[in-house]
Design a protein around this ligand. Sequence first.
Ligand code: NI
Length: 141
Amino acid sequence: MDRFTVSLEEELLARFDAHIRDRGYANRSEAVRDILRRTLEAERLEAEEGDCVACFSYVYDHGARELSRRLTETAHAHHGLTLSTLHVHLDHDTCMEAAILHGPAAEVRRYADAVAAETGVRHGSLNAVPVDGAHPHHPRD
Ligand code: NI
């Protein structure tokens, strides 16, 4: 393992140490490694290379005009990406869905963007993990 020295302003270092405490990291190196990995992986996914497995979650109003139908159409248009979907009725009007997706990062990103852009969809959040070479079992396989 290589070492390097980082210079930080006092205030930034104090915030970083608070972050380390909050997250329960054993030490600064562990936290820096995690932040670096996250940043580099996000960058790679932005560059749309390779495959990923992702959890895409969002909240929507099932009563919003035509929204449920449009979401179903979008999901079917990208059916090859979905490994599993969890639907929870949060309250009278609101549903939450969490979909586990697998496929080319660019396609996964496009699908998530299309859903998140629908009027009435809120809190769209995509958490993607690069998985080159992994072959998760699709339910229909
Ligand atoms: Ni529902």
